[in-house]
Structure formats: C-alpha cells, structure tokens
Ligand binder design. Structure first.
Ligand SMILES: [Zn+2]
Length: 281
C-alpha cells in the first residue's frame, strides 16, 4: 500500500528515468480507470513528459500543460518498463508508450479496480477536488501551528492521521510508526493532546523522511512493486519493541490492524478488540 515515502521514491526514480521522453501513444485498458474524458488520453501523443511529482499519496505526471493525476489506491503501482505490456496483462490500467519500446504503466493487482487517473490541465491540478481538499503535507512537516490545528479534533489519532483531508500522505503502515515514535496511543483523541504531545507527534513525522532516505539508499533505478518497508512496529505483533523490549500488541479491524507498544503508548494497557469496541462507544 503505497504511502508518502513509497510514492516519493517512485516519483523520484520515474522522474530520473522518463523525464524528457516523448509520448508515442497513450491508452487506458482499465475499464473505468479514467475519471475524465475531455481531453482524451490520445491528446498525449507527441507530447514530451516534462515532470513527475507527488501530492500527498498521488503521483502527478506532467506533459507540458496537461497532467495525469493518479490515485494508486491500495493496489496500484506506477512503473516504467522496457517493453510494452502484453495485451493479455489484466493488471494494465493506463499505458503511456514512450520511445524505444519503453512504457510508463499504471498497473493494479488483485481483483478490485479502484485505482484511477484524471487527465487535467496542469494548471487545474491544484483545484481538482482530490487535491484541493488535502490537508497539509506530512512531509516535509508542516509548521507546528498548522499541524496542531490539523490534529485538534475529537477523533482517535489512528484514523485522524490517515485522513487525507486533515494531513496528507500517511496511511495504515506509517501511522503506527509515527504514533510509536511519539509514544502516543492510537486511541487518544487529537483534541485531548497536550502541547508537549502535539510537539512529539509533530517531531515524529521525521520517520517519513527517514523512510525516504532509506529508500534512496536501497532502491536502484528499477523500482520493485513492493519495496521492503523499514517498519519497526506495524505488523510486528508478538515481537519485542525495538526501544523497550515489551511485546508489540495488535488491534484488528475489518481491513487493517494497528500495532503499538503497550508499555510506552497505552500506559501498560493491552487493548483487545472487545475492549476497543467498548472504548469506541
Ligand atoms: Zn516500547
């Protein structure tokens, strides 16, 4: 599930690989992947790919005054290949064919088709609903005051920090790492945080920058579909906390889990699912 650090390394590597390339053709084999119809994707033919950047968890591929805004959702991946996709490749969603057989490809794994793209005027990307509604970027960290305002809400930190309209870029993996770094419970409410706790949480955003640095050192020009993520607590239930040695615990939800160190984050309390349901009432 690509979050801010994974999308950042993706756009950096893709940018180095394909900026300046000329588009031969572009098409969308994915049914319903394109959320815009005007201008059509064919408009990209003959254009130069001028930049690839990131907003929140979304890559933006620019072709002069047109831009492809991409939402990878959980299973989408953007990569460049040296050969064109087989027509039988059912993972293909959007194909941007470049010179010498190369292809920038949006693929999506699994059975669900959730990833989407919009072809927009480059100048209109910032006003698109998916972008205009984003909260401040989580990395580089926003000013402390802006961050404090973003999290000052009567909601649990775990969903709050993942809510892109409050702060952009964090998902189910990195939220656990940030909360662990800040020694805060995933079930503490944003509005309940004291000044020092807000400062700790803000300071903990450095884990996103550390992850980007890690990827810079470990990922070469060829992007893997699933880069090994340098996670310390997420999905590490049963392992010792890297800081204090206490066993990492988990709370399971329908589609995800949260992991935490009970000694350092919840005052020693182990939050089992039943207990959680009572807490949520
Ligand atoms: Zn610990």
């Amino acid at each position: 599930m690509p979050e801010l650090p994974e999308v950042e390394i993706t756009v950096r590597r893709l940018s180095a690989a394909v900026t300046g390339a000329t588009v031969e053709s572009a098409l969308a084999p994915g049914v319903n992947v394109m959320k815009t119809f005007e201008p059509p994707l064919e408009e990209l033919a003959g254009r130069q790919l001028t930049a690839i950047r990131r907003v929140g968890k979304m890559p933006v591929v620019e072709f002069g005054d047109l831009a492809l805004l991409v939402h990878l959702m959980s299973a989408g991946r953007l990569r460049v290949f040296d050969k064109r996709a087989s027509a039988k490749d059912r993972a293909s969603r959007v194909l941007v064919r470049l010179g010498e057989g190369r292809e920038l490809r949006l693929r999506e794994f699994g059975t669900k088709q959730r990833a989407w793209a919009k072809l927009l005027a480059t100048g209109a990307v910032a006003e698109d609903e998916a972008v205009a509604t984003l909260g401040p970027e989580a990395w580089p960290p926003p000013p402390l005051e802006a961050f404090a305002a973003a999290v000052d809400q009567p909601r649990h930190l775990h969903p709050l920090l993942r809510h892109q309209r409050d702060i952009a870029g964090i998902g189910r993996s990195w939220v656990d790492e940030i909360l662990w770094e800040a020694r805060l419970s995933p079930f503490k409410q944003g509005a309940e945080l004291g000044g020092e706790e807000v400062e700790s949480l803000h300071a903990a955003l450095h884990v996103l920058g550390d992850a980007i640095d890690h990827y810079e050192q470990t990922i070469g020009p060829d992007l893997p579909d699933e880069p090994p993520m340098p996670l310390k607590v997420h999905k590490r239930e049963g392992e010792p906390c890297p800081r204090c040695g206490t066993t990492i615990e988990a709370v399971y939800f329908a589609e995800h889990q949260t992991n935490y160190c009970p000694k350092e984050q919840t005052g020693g309390r182990v939050l089992k699912d039943r207990r959680l349901s009572r807490l949520l009432k």
